[in-house]
Design a protein around this ligand. Structure first.
Ligand code: ME8
Length: 504
C-alpha cells in the first residue's frame, strides 16, 4: 500500500506566509494519517524557481547572481518547514539537475508524439500568475488576482497541442468522480475545458532564466510546463526509475483553488501526451483572508507561520486552521478566533479531560490499568469504533474538519462518562471498580491521542508520554485496536494547554 501526496511547489520571491503553511499542513496531516494506517507514504513539497517573479525579486533586492538568491530563499523555505515539523520525504527544487533531466526527458516524449509545434503568440501575460489571460479574465483591465495590468506579448513560441486531449480529459473526469475534489469545482473545470482549453504556448523567447528547450536553445520552457513536472522528478522520473515506478501515480495533489485549472486540465493533458498515468485525485483548498483582508504585501498582513507557531505552538495553529476552515472552503484567519478556540476547545475540552483523567489515575493505587469485562467497556469501545469510522471517512472524503469534530464527540462522550461514574467517589469506596472505570477512561485518552496524531502530532506524543507509552513513529495501525497497548506509569505532568499569556 503506497500513498504519494504533494503540495504545490512555491514561488520563492518572498518568505512563506500562513497560506503556504496551510497547504503544507493539510498535506502533512494526510501524510501522517496514511503512515499511521501503515501505508508506504511519499510526501513531496518544494520550490518553483524558474519563474520571472523570482528573478525580479532577486534583482529588486540587489542580487546579480540569481542562483545564489534562489539557493538562499529555498534554504529559508526548507528551514521553515523543518521548524514547523513538516514530514516531507523529499524537497524538489526546479533548478536542480535531476529536475532538469526529467523535464528534458518528458519534453522529448511529448515532442516525439507530435504534440509540439511552432507558432506566433500574441496575448496578455500576467507575471504574477505566470499565465496568459483572456480579455474576459480581466477586471477593469487588470488581472483579478494581482491587480496589475498584464503585458501584451508577441513572440515566436512552441505550442503544446493541448486541445487534442480535450475529449479524453472530459471522459476521464466523467468516469472518475473522485478526480477533482471538492466536487463543487468539477463544473468549473469541465466548462473551462469545453470552452477555453486551447493549445498552449510552452516556451518563451525573451526570457533568459529557466530550462532551455531541448529542440531550440534560444527559448526557455514555460514555467508551468516545467513546474508541474516536479511531481514526477521529485520521485525519480529521469533519475531513479525504480523509485518512480513505486510511487507514481500521485494519490493526492493538494493545491489552492487559484491553480486548479493548471492541475486538472494542463497537467493531465501533458501526462496523456507523455503516456503516463494521471494522478488519482486533485484537491483544491480554499483561500483565506487575514482579519477580513486579502493577504497582501502592501497591507503587510502576511502572517509568518513560524512566528505564529512560536507564540501558540505548532499543534494549536494546525488545529485552528483545520478546524476553522472546512477544507475546500474559503475562510478568515483571525487571532481572536484562534484564542477563542484555544480556550473553549483545547484548554477546556481536550486539555481539561486529559488532566481530569490523569489526576484521578494518579490518585489510584494501581500502576497497570488492565482490561475489564464490564458492560461500560463495550459501550466505550463502540464509541471509539464510531469515531474511527467518522475519522477515516473524513480523510477519505477530504473533509478533515469532520474527523476533528468526531474526536471532539469522543471527548465529550468520555467527559459525560466521568460525570456519570464519578470515579473520585469510587476511589474512596471501591478501589476495584475505580480501577476498571479509570482503565476505560485511560484507554479513551490513548485512543484520542492516536486519532489526534495526524492533526496534532506533538500533543499526541505528550498524551502518550503521560500514559507511559512510546511516541508514534510511522506505522501505528496495530495501535488503533481497542486496548492494543498496555498503559502504565501514568503521570499527570503540566497542563497540555495552559492559560494564554495576555498579549502585551
Ligand atoms: O502558484 N490562502 O506558487 P505560489 C490559502 N508555483 N492558501 C494560499 C494563500 C491564501 N491566502 N496564498 C497562497 C504557485 N496559498 C506555483 C505552483 S505547482 C506545480 C506550482 C497557497 O507560491 C495555495 O496552496 O503562488 C496556493 O495554491 C499556493 O499557496 C500558491 O503558491
Amino acid at each position: 500500500m503506497k500513498y504519494y501526496i504533494t503540495t504545490p511547489i512555491y514561488y520563492i520571491n518572498d518568505k512563506p506566509h500562513i497560506g503556504h503553511a496551510y497547504a503544507t499542513f493539510v498535506a502533512d496531516t494526510f501524510a501522517r494519517y496514511h503512515r499511521l494506517k501503515g501505508a508506504d507514504v511519499f510526501f513531496l513539497t518544494g520550490t518553483d524557481e524558474n519563474s520571472t517573479k523570482n528573478v525580479e525579486a532577486a534583482r529588486e533586492k540587489g542580487y546579480s547572481d540569481i542562483q545564489h538568491y534562489l539557493d538562499m530563499q529555498s534554504a529559508e523555505w526548507q528551514t521553515a518547514w523543518k521548524e514547523l515539523g513538516i514530514t516531507n520525504n523529499d524537497f524538489i527544487r526546479t533548478t536542480e539537475e535531476r529536475h532538469k533531466q526529467g523535464v528534458e526527458q518528458f519534453f522529448r516524449l511529448v515532442h516525439e508524439k507530435g504534440d509540439i509545434y511552432k507558432g506566433t503568440y500574441q496575448g496578455l501575460y500576467c507575471t504574477g500568475c505566470e499565465a496568459f489571460l483572456r480579455e474576459s479574465d480581466l477586471a477593469d483591465g487588470l488581472c483579478p488576482f494581482h491587480k496589475k495590468k498584464p503585458e501584451l506579448i508577441e513572440e515566436q513560441n512552441y505550442f503544446f497541442r493541448a486541445s487534442k486531449y480535450r475529449a479524453a480529459l472530459l471522459e476521464h473526469i466523467e468516469k472518475n468522480s473522485d478526480f477533482i475534489q471538492p466536487v463543487s469545482r468539477r463544473n468549473e473545470i469541465v466548462n473551462y475545458i469545453k470552452d477555453h482549453f486551447e493549445d498552449i504556448s510552452i516556451s518563451r523567447e525573451k526570457i533568459e532564466w529557466g530550462i532551455r528547450l531541448p529542440i531550440d536553445d534560444s527559448q526557455v520552457i514555460y514555467v508551468w510546463f516545467d513546474a508541474l513536472i516536479n511531481y514526477l522528478t521529485g520521485i525519480g522520473y529521469g533519475w531513479d526509475e525504480k523509485l518512480f515506478a513505486r510511487y507514481w501515480p500521485a494519490d493526492l495533489h493538494i493545491v489552492g483553488k487559484d491553480i486548479i485549472k493548471f492541475h486538472c486540465a494542463l497537467w493531465p493533458a501533458m501526462l496523456l501526451s507523455a503516456g503516463l498515468q494521471l494522478p488519482r485525485r486533485v484537491f483544491a483548498h480554499g483561500f483565506f483572508t487575514i482579519e477580513g483582508q486579502k493577504v497582501s504585501k502592501s497591507l503587510g498582513n502576511a502572517i509568518d507561520p513560524v512566528q505564529l507557531c512560536a507564540i501558540y505552538g505548532i499543534d494549536v495553529v494546525r488545529y485552528f486552521l483545520l478546524r476553522e476552515i472546512p477544507l475546500g472552503g474559503d475562510g478568515d484567519f483571525s487571532e481572536l478566533r484562534l484564542q477563542d478556540r484555544y480556550e473553549s476547545e483545547l484548554a477546556k475540552g481536550l486539555g481539561n479531560f486529559t488532566s481530569r483523567v490523569l489526576t484521578l489515575a494518579e490518585k489510584c493505587e494501581a500502576t497497570v490499568f488492565e482490561a475489564a469485562a464490564i458492560p461500560a467497556e463495550q459501550e466505550a469501545a463502540r464509541a471509539v469504533a464510531d469515531l474511527r469510522y467518522a475519522w477515516e471517512n473524513g480523510f477519505e472524503q477530504c473533509v478533515l474538519h469532520e474527523s476533528l469534530a468526531a474526536i471532539h464527540d469522543l471527548i465529550a462522550w468520555a467527559d459525560r462518562y466521568i460525570d456519570k461514574t464519578k470515579p473520585w467517589a469510587l476511589l474512596k469506596e471501591d478501589n476495584k471498580t475505580a480501577v476498571q472505570t479509570l482503565s476505560i477512561l485511560l484507554e479513551l485518552l490513548r485512543q484520542a491521542s492516536l486519532f489526534l496524531y495526524p492533526f496534532m502530532p506533538h500533543t499526541a506524543a505528550a498524551i502518550r508520554e503521560r500514559l507511559g507509552l512510546s511516541g508514534i513513529a510511522g506505522d501505528g495501525v496495530a495501535w488503533l485496536q481497542w486496548r492494543a497497548e498496555r498503559i502504565h506509569s501514568v503521570s499527570k505532568k503540566e497542563n497540555l494547554f495552559p492559560p494564554l499569556a495576555p498579549k502585551p
